[in-house]
Every structure is written in C-alpha cells, then in structure tokens.
Design a protein around this ligand. Structure first.
Ligand code: SAH
Length: 220
C-alpha cells in the first residue's frame, strides 16, 4: 500500500493508520480498499464537535436522523463488491449518499460513481464535501434511489447504505451480467447480502448481521 502524507497532519496520519490497522484486525484484506480508507479524511464529513471520534469504529450522527456508516462496514461492503473474479468493476451506484463519505471512498476505488440521496440538505452537503476534496468522478442525484437510476444502468456494482425490508427487483435488474450488489436487508434483524447477476439469473448469499438506517420512499 502506498501512503501519501501530503496535506495530512502527523496526528491525523497516526489516527488514520490506527484505523487501517484495526480494519486489518477485523479481516479487511483488500489493499486498494485500505488505501482508499486511509486517503479519505473522515473527520471532514462529520460535525466539528465529533471530529475527534471520526476514526473510531462507530457510526456517528449527521442530522436528519441519519448516520455516517462505521468504517468497518464501509470497507467490508466495498471489499465484497470488488471481490468479483469474473469482470472488472468500473461503474458503481450507491443508494444513500448521506454526507458523501462512502461515495468518496468509492471514488478512490472505482472509475465512475453515481450516488442517490433522498434528503435535500444531505445531498447539498455531500456535493459540497466531495467538491472540496476535488473528487470529480461522483455524480450525486437528489432522488429516491429505491428504484435505482435507470439512466445510468447497467451498473457493475450497486451498494446500498440503507436497509430495505425486501429485495428490490428494480435494483437487481440494473446490474450488468457479472455485476454485484451489496445491501443490508431486513426489518428488526438485518443481514448483509451479496447478489450476483449471472447469465441466467441471480445468486444471493447472506453474509453477516448489520445495523443500518431504513431505506425510505420519496424525496425529502
Ligand atoms: N453512505 C453514507 C451513509 C448514509 S446513511 C455514509 O457514507 O456514511 C444512509 C442514507 O440513505 C441517509 O442519508 C438516508 O437519507 C438515505 N436514504 C434512505 N432511503 C433512501 C432512498 N430511498 N433513496 C436515497 N437515499 C435514501
């Protein structure tokens, strides 16, 4: 892994390295994901009052009853998405931009990223955060992402940052053949699922228990 220290204060660099070591201990092995997690300044995505906890392995509030996902789950989902042996992943859709943190990590790993957020002020904040970091390969949409983004389909990868009660057929249909979707699903008890699109259908695997905010309908 190459680590760039440009523009990163030494305290922040040490804190970030500790986060990377913790992610390794938690089983994250993909060096491209670890490098991206190191590069993206998570403290810039949370309120200043929470910045000192930005590299802890916790989800943190970002207002509007939403949270920035825990570093482990961001790394794990992207690692699962990238683990495809059949085809390279270039174009990815994220549903649930929030403050744009995971979108920034995705932008370091994939060529083309589309992200959808239903809450207007979060959409604005994500765009501002991404612009300030000069990340220009993410297109953010203020829209309900539960039915995906048909004008961008097919996607090599789809990642959901909010839990749906059941599998969305519309989202599944927007996967390219060989494409993969990683999503939390369930009501009380939620599990992380991997859906792989094959030439003749879909293959679903259940990975681990998770805790996400719910996927909601409509724009707000
Ligand atoms: N990706 C974020 C996680 C944000 S939390 C991160 O990097 O931390 C999940 C987000 O999903 C919330 O901002 C919520 O408003 C959004 N969301 C929930 N249902 C949605 C829907 N149907 N379409 C788009 N966004 C949705």
């Amino acid at each position: 892994m190459t680590l760039r220290h440009n523009g990163i204060g030494m305290t922040s660099a040490r804190t970030r390295l500790r986060m990377i070591e913790r992610l390794r201990d938690q089983g994250i092995r993909d060096e491209a994901v670890l490098a991206a997690m190191y590069e993206v300044p998570r403290h810039l995505f949370v309120d200043e009052a929470l910045a000192s906890r930005a590299y802890d392995d916790v989800s943190l509030p970002i207002n509007y009853e939403q949270t920035i996902s825990q570093p482990y789950i961001v790394a794990r989902m992207i690692e699962v998405l990238r683990a495809s042996s059949t085809r390279p992943i270039r174009r990815v859709l994220e549903v649930g931009t929030g403050c744009g943190y995971q979108a920034a990590v995705l932008a370091h790993v994939f060529h083309e990223v589309y992200s959808m957020e239903r809450i207007a002020p979060l959409y604005e904040r994500a765009r501002k955060n991404l612009a300030e970091l000069k990340i220009n390969n993410v297109v953010v949409h203020h829209a309900d992402g539960s039915a995906g983004l048909s004008q961008g389909a097919p996607f090599d990868g789809i990642i959901l940052a909010a839990a749906a009660p059941v599998m969305s057929a519309a989202l599944r249909e927007q996967l390219a053949i060989g494409g993969r979707m990683v999503l939390p699903m369930g009501r009380q008890e939620q599990w992380l699922y991997l859906v792989e699109r094959e030439a003749r259908g879909f293959c679903e695997s259940r990975l681990e228990t998770v805790k996400f905010v719910p996927l909601l309908m409509g724009k707000a």
